[in-house]
Structure formats: C-alpha cells, structure tokens
Design a protein around this ligand. Structure first.
Ligand code: IDP
Ligand code: MG
Length: 139
C-alpha cells in the first residue's frame, strides 16, 4: 500500500554534508520525496514536534540539538513507506543499528543519530501536517 511518512535529516547529518547520501538512500529504496523543505527549527517548533517526548529526561537536550543548525524535512512516499523508512534508518542508537543503515553510516550516538522517521500511521499524519499542512496522508 502506498503511504507517506515524514523524515528529517537532523543538524548533525546536515553539518557532515550527508544530505545527498541520505536522500540517495531514500530514492534507491523506493521512497520518493514528494515534499522537501530546508529550515532552521525554533525552540517552539522542536518542542511541538517532539511533544510526545516531553516527559523524557532527554527532552531538553533533544530540542537543543534540533535547533543547533538547519535540518531538511521531507515527506517520503512509497509502498509501506513508514516501516521501510524505519528499516532504512536503523535503531535509535547507531551502535545498535544494522550495517547498511543510515544511522550506522552517519549517526554518532543515541541522541545525534542523523535522521528522524515517523513510527506509525498516526504519528506520520501528525508530523506531515505539522510541516506540510496542505498535504494529504496518501498521494
Ligand atoms: P526514534 O527517533 O528512533 O523514533 P525516539 O525514542 O522516538 O527514537 O526518540 C526521539 C529522538 O530522541 C531520538 O531519535 C534521539 O535523537 C533522541 N533520543 C532518544 N533516546 C535518547 C536517549 O536515551 N538519550 C538522548 N537522546 C535520545
Ligand atoms: Mg520516534
């Protein structure tokens, strides 16, 4: 089933000049960018995006990281896009990520882990609407 998911190339990966490599990985996996935006998060943008994590001990540090430089926000479309992107990303902690994954290649640690990807249809819907309010969930 074709669906859409939200991906973010985080500030660490943008600084490492990995934007091109990461987008090439999406495209090779059949995840087609259908919206793309480079932007600098404000603190409130980061806090709103990660509101689901606001009780976590790492919340403040995560939001500080996400405003530390520009990011690239994308909507990716393809068959099983949500699950496929999670597989492509690898585990949250790059040390535990499978070889060949984006986080294995570009992540530094459990916080500076190069990319974000929606984890369910519900979060994809919220996250796509957060940055691209004009888009539909399925193209
Ligand atoms: P995910 O990005 O793999 O879905 P989540 O648990 O949703 O992982 O966490 C969101 C983000 O918060 C992670 O991608 C990472 O940047 C950061 N994070 C998660 N767990 C920790 C932690 O234990 N310490 C510091 N940062 C963390
Ligand atoms: Mg998550």
């Amino acid at each position: 089933m074709s669906e859409r998911t939200l991906a973010i190339i985080k500030p660490d990966a943008v600084k490492k000049q990995a934007i091109g490599d990461i987008i090439a990985r999406y495209e090779k996996a059949g995840l087609k960018p259908v919206a793309l935006r480079m932007m600098q998060f404000s603190k409130s943008t980061a806090q709103g995006f990660y509101a689901v994590h606001k009780a976590r001990p790492f919340f403040d540090s995560l939001c500080t990281f996400m405003v530390s430089g520009p990011v690239v926000v994308l909507v990716l479309q393809g068959d099983n896009a949500i699950k496929k992107n999670r597989e492509l990303m690898g585990a949250t902690d790059p040390a535990k990520a499978e070889p060949g994954t984006i986080r294995k290649a570009h992540g530094t640690n459990i916080e500076f882990n190069a990319v974000h990807g929606s984890d369910s249809p519900e979060t994809a819907k919220f996250e796509i609407a957060y940055f691209f309010p004009e888009m539909d969930l399925v193209g």
